[in-house]
Design a protein around this ligand. Structure first.
Ligand SMILES: *Cc1c(COP(=O)(O)O)cnc(C)c1O
Length: 380
């Protein structure tokens, strides 16, 4: 009766992770530096290509924070940020005493709308302040409109911080996500496509930027025999133990991407039979998504009034986890007082969208259960 819980996205070990962790113990590299940290950085650099320089950090949030610092964001500056995202995209703007300016999504990728983006930049400049940076997000592993967004950024000469926390393994026109921005951000939290239990990385364009990121992440120690500091420091470096998990996970990253894509195909086939439900899909072949989370939008005018919330509660009663899409930042109590540019696209997505179980470790049995329950819900 009380069947095992089916999770939205849970950690999925490949098998070799403990070998790297044991090596760390055997050699006493139980510290926030060591061969696994260096090894994971190299693995990521080879994976991402584009001459990336990767700094392994304690979280994706830390990577966003350091990325903004490296872009020179200071108190009083304005930073543009996609509204529909996880709060970690925007919180570091407030850490720095800067002001977030939120932008609506467009309907094809659910990410930064290039039209609203340009309107916002023009208006902020008119009001007297040119935004210092743009934070774009590849939501659920679907790349944002890279060419269009970066064309606007280039036109106004504003750097882009690419929040690729959900999009390791995704690409646009054959180039890996995380390598488009002036800085790219990855996350290895427990629910992401690969995990280090907790961790992240900053993808830099050159070795100097990476060195500066590592400097800030290790308490900004100047060269001196004693502890000497001329800049604010942070304790943001990744542990060599966590990095060991990451090295094992890198061996199965492409398999995880494949499995998540199969989950999205599973839902596409399932909802083909159900009127009023659309599965989130890339707009065209330029986009390759890891489909970190498979998501749907429910149009209750076509489902006899059944809403995404009805579905969520029904699945919960069957011990199947699902979750509404990210609530846009401009609707969050902590962020609602800041400027927002757009219409109601992200709001509509939030009101009608749902993320479904998407893990790379789901079994045929899990899929059968999900299919049976979803069909039962819509046929009742
Ligand atoms: C997970 C996530 C982050 C934060 O990463 P952590 O490693 O959890 O700090 C940032 N942005 C987005 C879009 C995320 O999904």
């Amino acid at each position: 009766m009380n069947k095992d819980k089916i999770w939205l996205s849970s950690p999925h070990m490949g098998g070799t992770e403990q070998k790297f962790v044991n090596e760390a113990f055997a050699t006493n590299w139980v510290a926030p530096l060591g061969p696994n940290v260096t090894g994971l950085e190299q693995d990521l650099e080879h994976y991402l290509k584009q001459d990336s320089n990767v700094a392994a950090l304690s979280s994706g949030t830390a990577a966003i924070h350091l990325g903004l610092i490296l872009l020179g964001v200071k108190a009083g500056d304005e930073v543009i940020c996609q509204s529909m995202t996880f709060s970690a995209s925007a919180n570091p703007i407030l850490y720095l005493g800067a002001t977030p300016v939120f932008i609506d999504s467009e309907t094809s990728t659910w990410n930064l709308c290039p039209v609203a983006l340009e309107a916002a930049i023009v208006d902020r400049i008119e009001k007297g302040k040119k935004p210092k940076a743009i934070i774009g997000v590849h939501l659920y592993g679907v790349p944002y409109q890279v060419d269009a967004v970066h064309a606007v950024a280039k036109k106004y000469d504003i750097p882009v911080l690419e929040d690729s926390a959900e999009a390791l393994g995704s690409s646009y026109k054959g180039q890996k996500c995380g390598t488009f921005g002036d800085f790219g951000v990855l996350s290895f939290n427990g629910n992401k496509i690969i995990t280090t239990s907790g961790g992240g990385a900053l993808v830099c364009k050159n070795a100097e930027d990476k060195a500066k990121a590592v400097f800030f992440a290790t308490q900004s120690r100047d060269t001196a025999p004693h502890y000497q500091h001329s800049e604010i420091g942070y304790n943001y470096r990744m542990s060599n133990i966590c990095a060991g998990i990451g090295r094992g996970q890198m061996e199965v990253l492409d398999q995880h991407v494949q499995k998540r894509r199969e989950m999205q195909q599973f839902y596409t086939a399932l909802f083909k039979e159900i009127e009023g439900v659309t599965v989130f899909t890339v707009p065209n072949d330029d986009y390759f998504a890891n489909y970190w989370l498979s998501s749907i939008v429910v149009d209750s005018s076509l489902t006899n009034g059944k809403t995404r919330e009805d579905l969520r509660i029904y699945l919960e009663s069957k011990n199947i986890e699902s979750r509404p899409l990210w609530k846009p930042m401009h609707l969050q109590p902590i962020f609602e007082k800041y400027p927002y540019y757009g219409t109601y696209i992200s709001e509509g997505l939030f009101n009608n969208g749902l993320c479904l179980p998407s893990g790379s470790n789901l079994t045929d049995e899990d899929r059968n259960r999900i299919q049976t329950e979803i069909q039962a819900f819509f046929n009742s």
